[in-house]
Write a protein that binds this ligand. Structure first.
Ligand code: SF4
Length: 476
């Protein structure tokens, strides 16, 4: 059974953070409804839209792709020549992958992730509508979620069931919604949320709609840092929102923190980590501040100005120090470090995000959403208004589509695999891709950047903050 993740992009924010230049917009809430309608239509018509975009779905999903990739890929010599100036791994043969037939009935949707932007800005009925569309299109249910008897769930059910009579009412027990070819294996349904958007009624409706995990963009517990970064919430909002989510029945909460926000010091960073540990979320992501050159802060930094607290951005060395402190303190608080930026209590690793690092398939819906079949990557147009117009007119919004070569697949395998702290099985990759890699890691091991254990190679624990240098070295 192949596992499939579904991603839904909601590109709206309440304000623009100073460091961010994502394709997200601060728009009137009147734009939400047409956008949600377009997403629902894209989900409903995805087979037809993918065919129109020239995407082969699901014929070569994941590792089923071996044979077609072999036919279409360049020869080993061509791969080597094409890779001028880049790593040539001397791919001697096409990936030796098992040739299982791949039909929709052998696929199980097991994760859904609604991200952004700030999807918690949407009306909960919008979230319910999108999830209902996914249920129908992919034949999935959220077993066990419907047994929760609270006022809000009942209301949400009746609203959905009355949607023109076209959709079936939400089931109240486990089972498969008729209409989809996929199996029922849903495990994790995540909603990204900002603390200031959380209200009791909303949280209950999210749970009623099937959300069982909330990923919070906290970034910091320091009001000074939050204000300087242009975030809408403050420390008090975090303490207000978490109990609301717990009370509503969310048993899996993730916190995002950013190391390197303007005005951050080692002391304030330590305080944020201590407060986080007291609130005991099941999952934590720590990102180093990345300032987009086109963001307000980015432009100010380039000009050498001081607006947006540009003069108070910590140095790269300080950020590395913050990251290492996070490693130490989160480990001491019982979190398992499983990916460069991610920690989890046992059993709470993000099932959806693991798909990205393991190169498993996911389908993305919404403006700018990316998808991956195992051999092909494609992405929708970023502009939300253009996306809505395109989908409303019955056309595909896919604007980038790439069939990966064996060389690209191998590079992804190394780059994404090494982000996971378990490392990569070099022997297996060599067998799958017909390459010899061992020598590639010798200088990195000598420099203490990677560790080897049998055929497994992983980034050295003390060198995670310089992982990009390792990747650059490996791909040269
Ligand atoms: S909330 Fe996230 S996506 Fe929106 S502006 Fe801030 S960083 Fe960017």
């Amino acid at each position: 059974m192949r596992k499939l993740g579904i991603y839904v992009q909601v590109p709206f924010c309440r304000t623009k953070c100073t460091y961010c230049n994502f394709h997200t917009g601060v728009v009137s809430s009147s734009r939400f409804e047409p956008y949600v309608e377009a997403v629902c239509r894209e989900i409903r018509e995805y087979r037809h839209l993918l065919r129109a975009a020239g995407v082969d779905w699901p014929g070569r999903l994941g590792r089923c792709s071996a044979a077609p990739l072999q036919e279409k890929s360049e020869t080993a010599g061509e791969v080597g020549r094409r890779g001028r100036g880049r790593a040539s791994y001397e791919v001697r043969q096409r990936p030796a992958l098992e040739g299982e037939s791949c039909t929709e009935s052998s696929i199980a949707v097991d994760t859904v992730y609604i991200g952004g932007g700030t999807p918690s800005l949407l009306d909960p009925a919008h979230i319910g509508k999108i999830l209902n569309e996914i249920r129908i299109a992919f034949g999935v249910d959220w077993p066990g979620r419907w047994g929760r008897s609270r006022a809000a769930p009942l209301k949400a059910k009746s609203e959905m069931a009355s949607d023109g009579g076209r959709r079936p009412a939400f089931p109240t027990g486990s089972g498969q919604v008729p209409g989809g070819p996929y199996k029922v294996e849903i495990e994790e349904v995540t909603l990204e949320a900002d603390p200031e958007t959380v209200e009791a009624g909303k949280a209950e409706a999210w749970v009623a709609a099937g959300i069982n995990r909330v990923s919070f963009g906290l970034q910091s517990f320091s009001d000074k840092e939050l204000a300087a970064a242009g975030r809408m919430h403050r420390r008090a909002d975090i303490y207000r929102a978490v109990p609301i989510l717990r009370e509503a029945g969310i048993g899996n909460i993730s916190f995002d923190l950013i190391a390197g926000l303007p005005h951050q010091s080692k002391e304030s960073w330590r305080a944020s980590l201590e407060e986080l540990a007291r609130l005991a979320p099941e999952h934590v992501s720590v990102y180093l501040l990345e300032v987009d050159e086109e963001s307000r802060l980015g432009k100010e930094l380039l000009q050498g100005g001081s607006r947006y607290s540009a003069g108070a951005v910590p140095s790269d060395d300080e950020m590395a120090e913050f990251y290492e402190l996070a490693q130490e303190m989160l480990g001491a608080a019982g979190y398992h470090h499983y990916e460069i930026s991610n920690w989890a209590k046992p059993g709470f690793e993000s099932k959806h995000n693991l798909k990205y690092w393991r190169r498993e398939a996911y389908l993305g819906f919404g403006a700018g959403a990316h998808s991956f079949s195992g051999t092909e990557r494609w992405a929708n147009a970023h502009d939300a208004a253009a996306y809505v117009c395109t989908v409303e007119s019955g056309r595909s919004s896919v604007e980038q589509h790439e069939i990966l070569t064996a060389q690209q697949a191998l590079e992804e395998e190394l780059f994404l695999g090494l982000r996971q702290l378990n490392g990569i099985d070099v022997g297996k990759i060599e067998r799958d891709y017909g390459v010899t890699l061992a020598g590639r890691f010798d200088p990195l091991a000598l420099a203490g950047l990677v560790e080897r254990e049998g055929s497994v190679v992983r980034l050295a624990a003390g060198k995670l903050s310089v992982s990009n240098e390792v990747f650059v070295e490996l791909m040269r």
